[in-house]
Ligand binder design. Sequence first.
Ligand SMILES: [Zn+2]
Length: 378
Amino acid sequence: MRVNGKRNLTVSRSTLSRWRAVSAPIAMAAFLCLQGSSSNAAESTREASEFSVPSGSPDEYMQAAAAFARELDPEAEISFRDSQSGSLSVSRVEGARIQCIVRVSPDVGEALKPLGRFLNGRLERNAQAMWALAHEIGHCKLRDAFLRRTDGHVADASVFPFLAQEAAADAYGVLSVERRLGEKVPVRQAVIIARMLASSMYHDEAHATGHYVSDALGLCQQNRNDADAVQCAVSTAYYTVGSLSNDEKGSPIAVDSPPQLLFESGVQKISHELHLYDSIAQYKAHFAGADLSRFAFNEVSRKGDSRYITAETGQQTDMTYRLADFYGFKTGELTTDGARNVIVLRIDGADELDWLLTLGAVVRTEDGASLRKGDQRH
Ligand SMILES: [Zn+2]
């Protein structure tokens, strides 16, 4: 069942692959909170609709692209979302691994917005769709590479600026599709040019990856397997950081220098900023993102280990539905004591709650406690 008014809600998403990197450590404190008694209010409230994550049916291009993405990451959870154009991925830590969650429009034309218009004529639709999903998987792989570093330490790839993360995902996507379709298919040319055109047309600096990807691919000589593509993504992220910082300093490294120099400068810069955790458990306990830091949620009711929450009403519209839709929380209507129907998110269990908190949100419970993760970004 669809929530009333769903169609009227549009999340403003003008960019392909706005990334929400999150992780979902299990917060023991939050888990303990769940043991609290269920209040009387819970008895008088009931679900007035089916609670679900919105979903749509993928067209043939998106089906094929999703199958390709699952080859790159067999565990990836890919869902198709009617309500938004573009695509995004989030990833959360489950146990010692990354669960990659990709949300994408079921319609290839929508899914590729706004890059599609510049990819058209340069790249076949099927290759476009494959690249778009491989790009999303690339975000997860970059995070995975930092969470499971070869030296045994744990770090978070969100230390890289957004642009560098985008460039890395682009590079991973390019190499992955090239491995499948062969280098004769002009994936890299199409992506690089489309990025340049789109970022200029839409004044979108955050996705102006074109020339970084173009240069950084020079660092990626081998593309035998997925590990090579991941390595390339990491190199591209470092290259982009080095390049950005070189620009800021007035280009002490000549722009036509070998990419290795800018890569090394990026490695140096990040090494000063990267926080290393000893283990996944330590990382889980401390890391909190900033995605939802502007939002507080109020618990309306609690039943068992499910919490029903609404976004605290700000100056404008109720964001509850939009946030649920964007981040993939289950949403529906709840009838409360006053026989009022309210749109709520349903947070099931400690993992989901922790994911919400890891996104930076605060949840105010019925008993007046504020669940949050502290400011622990070292
Ligand atoms: Zn992206």
